[in-house]
Design a protein around this ligand. Sequence first.
Ligand SMILES: Cc1ncc(C[n+]2csc(CCOP(=O)(O)OP(=O)(O)O)c2C)c(N)n1
Ligand SMILES: [Mg+2]
Length: 804
Amino acid sequence: MIESDRMRDVPVSAPAAAPAALGEEELEVLDAHWRAANYLAVGQIYLMGNPLLTEPLRPEHVKPRLLGHWGTSPGLNLVYTHLNRVVKERGQEAVCVWGPGHGGPAVLANSWLEGTYSQTYPDIGRDGEGMGRLFRQFSFPGGVPSHVAPETPGSIHEGGELGYSLSHAYGAAWDNPELLVACVIGDGEAETGPLAASWHSNKFLDPVRDGAVLPILHLNGYKIANPAVLARIPGPELDELLHGYGHEPIHVSGDDPMSVHREMARAMDTALDRIALIQRTAREEGITERPRWPVIVLRTPKGWTGPAEVDGVPVEGTWRAHQVPLAGVRDNPGHLRQLEAWMRSYRPQELFDAHGRPVTRVLAAVPQGERRLGASPHTNGGLLLRDLPLPRLERYAVPVGKPGQSLHEPTQVLGGLLESVMEATRDRRDFRLVGPDETASNRLQAVYEASGKAWQGEILAVDEHLDRHGRVMEILSEHTCQGWLEGYLLTGRHGLFSCYEAFVHIVDSMVNQHIKWLRTTRRLPWRRPIASLNYLLTSHVWRQDHNGFSHQDPGFVDHVLNKSPEVVRVYFPPDANTLLSVADHALRSRDYVNVIVAGKQPCFDWLNLEDARTHCARGAGIWHWAGTEDGTREPDVVLAAAGDVPTLEVVAAAQLLRHHLPELAVRVVNVVDLARLMPAEEHPHGMPDPGYDALFTRDKPVIFAYHGYPWLIHRLAYRRTGHPHLHVRGYKEEGTTTTPFDMVVRNDLDRYRLVMDVIDRVPGLAVRAAPVRQAMQDIRLRHHAWIREHGTDLPEVIDWSWHG
Ligand SMILES: Cc1ncc(C[n+]2csc(CCOP(=O)(O)OP(=O)(O)O)c2C)c(N)n1
Ligand SMILES: [Mg+2]
C-alpha cells in the first residue's frame, strides 16, 4: 500500500467551532487558584512558620537555607490551573509531565490544593497546620526533594535532568487511547539533544490506538544564567520550526494575569477541540493522513509576579528569577519586607479560610477523584499493571543432546518468544519493543509476524512491516527509545529495549535517572511496583563483523553496576536456552533494570532448557562436563567465563587442557548473573563467602574470561579471599574490523592464551608444560599469518566443536 504524506492542516470533516470565551467570573476563579498556587510555592521556598501570615513576618519564620526554584513555578501553576478546568469540564482523563521538574514547589502546591497530597500523606492536611508542614518539609532535612520527585503525587517524571519530558509523555500516551498527556517543556530544556529529537515522536503517534500528547513550550525566556534560544528567535521562525516538526502552534503570551488567563483558556480549548477532532476523524472516519497536532507556545515572564527588582537590579522576567529571588531574607530586613509584600500580593486572606483551608472558589475548577492530575492511576502505573502472558519456554527452546554440537543465534530464538508475547498482547496492547533501527539487525524480526513497526509517515511500496498501529518502535535516537519505554513502563505497561551494546552508552545518563526513580519508589509504599526496564544488548563487542572499533564497547554494565544494587541486574546468558530463561525472568520481574547481553551470531548450544533454567537460577555454577575434576581432590585451576564468546573460549581451552595436560584437574565455572560475584552484603544476588570460596577456591588460580572490561570483575570480587589468585581476561580496547577469532586473540581472551595463562599460574607447570605453552604460542602466530592470507579464521577454530 502506498500512502501519501499529505498532512492534515485543516480538519478533514467539519471544522471545530472557535471556543467560547470564558466569562469574568470563570476567569476570576482560575486566577484565584493560580494565586493560591503561587502563594503556596513561595511559602514552600521560604517559610518554616507563620504560613498564613497571620502575624507580621519575622526572621525566625524563614528557613535558614533557602532552596528551590521560583522562576518556573508561576508558569507551571498557570498550566496546572488551566488543565484543571478543561479536565473537569470535559471529564478528560489526563496526566501532565512537568519538564522543568525543578518547579517542585508548583506541582506540590497544586497537589495540596486538589487534595491528592493530603490523601497520599495524611499528616499534611489541607488546612493551616498542614500548610505549615507542607512549607517546612520542602527542601528541608527529613522532608521532600525540591523537584517533581517520585514522592510527588501524579508525577512520572522527576525532571531534574532536563531533556526527557516529551519522550516520557509519548511513552505514557502509547496504547492509552482515552488519555491526554500534557507536557510542559522548558525553553532551556528544549535546547537539549534528547528533547530536540523527541519532537519527532508525533510521527509514531497513532491517533486511533494511542492517546494524545499536548506539548506546552514554556518560553519564560531564560535558563539559569542565559536567555533561551527559542525565546530569542523571531516568532515566525519559531512557528516554522514547530510547523516543521508537524505541529500547529497556538500562542499565549503576556504579563497581565487576566488577559493571559483568557488566552490560556482559549488555547486549551482550541487544543483539546482539535485533538478531539483529529481522534474522531481517525477513529470514526478512518482518515490515515498524519494529523498536525497542536502545541501551545506559552510566553510569560520568568518568576512572574515575584519581586520586580531586588537591590536595584531587575529580577522578575529575567534569569535572576531562576532560583530564590530574595536570598538574604533572614538577615536583611529589606528583603524580609519584600518577601512579606510579595506573599501578601496574592491576597491569601481571600484564598484560604480562617483554618487555612482553600476556599470553595479557589477549588471551583479543580476536578474530582481520579480526574485530579495528582490522582491519575496512570501516574502510579503499578496499579494498572497486569502480568505479561508469557508462553511456555518449551515451545521455543532448542534441543540440546550433547553440549557444544549445534549452533543457534540466541537472539533469533528469543525473537520467537517475543513474537508470542506480541501476539498474546494484541488486544491488551501493553507490550512494546523499542530500538534504534536494529530490531531486524538484532535478529528479532520474528516479532513482525505479530506486530509491525509503528509509523505515521509516508509509506512506500519498498517498505516492509510498517504499520499505523504497530507496537514495534524504531527511531534512530537511543534517547527517544529510552524515554518512550520509560514513559510506557511508568504508566503500567511492559517492554524491551534492544540495542547495539556499544551505543547503549548514549543513554547512560537516562538510565541513571530511571534507576534513581525506581530506587526511590521502592521506599514509597503507595507507589506500586512497575515492570522492569529490560535491555537486550546485542551486536556486541566480539562480533562486529561489519563495523569494527567504533562499535566495540562493553562498558554499559560497568556503568550500571555502580547504581543501586536493589535495582540493577546484569545477565550474560551463554547460549540460546539460557537467554530464553533469563528473558522470561526479566519480563516477569518488577522495579528492576535488567541488562541482558547476548549475541546474535551462531553460538554453540551448551545447555538444554532444564539445565539452562537451573543454571540461571544459580546464577553461577560448575559445568562438570566441561572440566576434568574427578571429585577426589580440589581442582588445580578454575577456568571461569561470563559471556557467550568467553564461554566458548573457556570450554575450548578446557578441551585443550584435557588433551595436553590430562592429569590437571580443571574446573569450569560459568557466570550468568554477574552480581553473584559481589559480596552478599552489597547486592541481593551477591554470593556469601562460603559459597564463593567453594566455587572458585580460596587459593587456586582462577583464569576468568570476561565479556567486558577486565577491571569490573576485579572490582566485584576484590574482597574475596581468593582475589590475589584471580586473573581476568577481557576486552582491552583492541579492536578493528577483523575475523571473530582475531578479536579474542587481539585481546588475549582466546583459548590458546587461556591455556598459556593456566600454565603460567598453576604452580609446577611452567617448566613441565613449556612445550604445550610453546605450541599454543605457535598457533597464535599461525593464526596471525593465516587470517592475513586467507581472510578467515584457522580451520581448527572454524570447525571446532566440543568432544569432551
Ligand atoms: C541535562 C541538564 N543540564 C543542566 C541542568 C542544570 N539546569 C537546571 S535548570 C536549568 C535551566 C532550565 O531552563 P528552562 O528549561 O528554561 O527551565 P525554566 O526556565 O522553566 O526554569 C539548567 C541548565 C539540568 N538540570 N539538566
Ligand atoms: Mg526557561
